[in-house]
Write a protein that binds this ligand. Sequence first.
Ligand code: PLP
Length: 377
Amino acid sequence: MTTARIIDFIKNRRPEGPCLVVDLDVVKNNYHAFRHAMPDSAIYYAVKANPAPEILSLLASQGSSFDCASVAEIQMALDAGATADRISFGNTIKKERDIARAHALGVNLFAVDAHEEVEKVARAAPGARVFCRVLTSGEGAEWPLSRKFGCVPQMAVDVLVYAHQLGLESYGVSFHVGSQMTQVDAWDSALADAKRVFSQLSKQGIHLQMVNMGGGFPTRYLKDIPSAEAYGKAIYAALRKHFGNHIPHTIIEPGRGMVGNAGVIKAEVVLISRKSDNDDARWVFLDIGKFGGLAETMDEAIRYPIRTVHDGGEMEPCVIAGPTCDSADVLYEKNMYPLPLSLTIGDEVLIEGTGAYTTTYSAVAFNGFEPLKAYVI
Ligand SMILES: *Cc1c(COP(=O)(O)O)cnc(C)c1O
């Protein structure tokens, strides 16, 4: 969403080079849309989506909690004003000394997905609360999360029994349906799995209390997406279906859905050329590419809206590439991207929906290009 504030900022400040501009008003609206759509769930913002201090402070002041993937992210959330009881260490892959550091900072909620990780938490954070992540299919997500995180539900039962035996508080189950999940019913089968884990543990006298329903809420790129309300309705219906009158505490961890549409990248056309005199495809090279923050164009997975001053004129499908000397630095080629015929070298373009997963994915100085600058307004 290119808001009037973002347009004004770019016009008046004339920032040099590619940069991300994030409008905090949009983040605030997103936060309250989640609050309103899922009033019975605690919101743990996934810090990795965009850890800008202004975003974290805003969310902390609105009452958000935080899902952190490292001690550094935990420290950022604390610096932004969150208390340790509002922080979850949600990465299932942690060094034991980082668990100890987090615990020393007051964090008491840890994700696990294996017996080996439970042992680390039991040693480094004795008595802490743990939740076990279960695998989901990831089907239907535009940025699926593979099998890297989570274990099958049957193993989650064993992992949580083991945690209990080691003196931890077996607190709940988590899952992530896959990022940019545009199907509102995707939570249903994961909640059915969660319920089965709850039931099996309660037979053994262990009463779980929490389901962490993860992130996955989408940002609008080129296609419309369902509203936060639609997600809330579908998710709460699935909770009632599977848990009946015993709905546990629930957590959601929006990352992309909290900040994606709040950011716009201003970029510039560096070169437009063809590979031969009769080449059908125009190559449009921007001053930002895969290494400058647009890593999610990998496999052309995320297709960002691109605005130019010539919009409305005749369009032609183009290959879009970044400025670095790496041949992988091509954004859209298999599925070419329509851009105006009158687009010329030196034109400014706006890449929308870039508030999430951009600044932190940008390389430090590959080819001497500076990391993506961000302005949070
Ligand atoms: C990345 C991540 C999220 C955020 O995912 P989005 O799809 O951006 O909402 C939430 N929870 C965990 C554990 C994550 O790793």
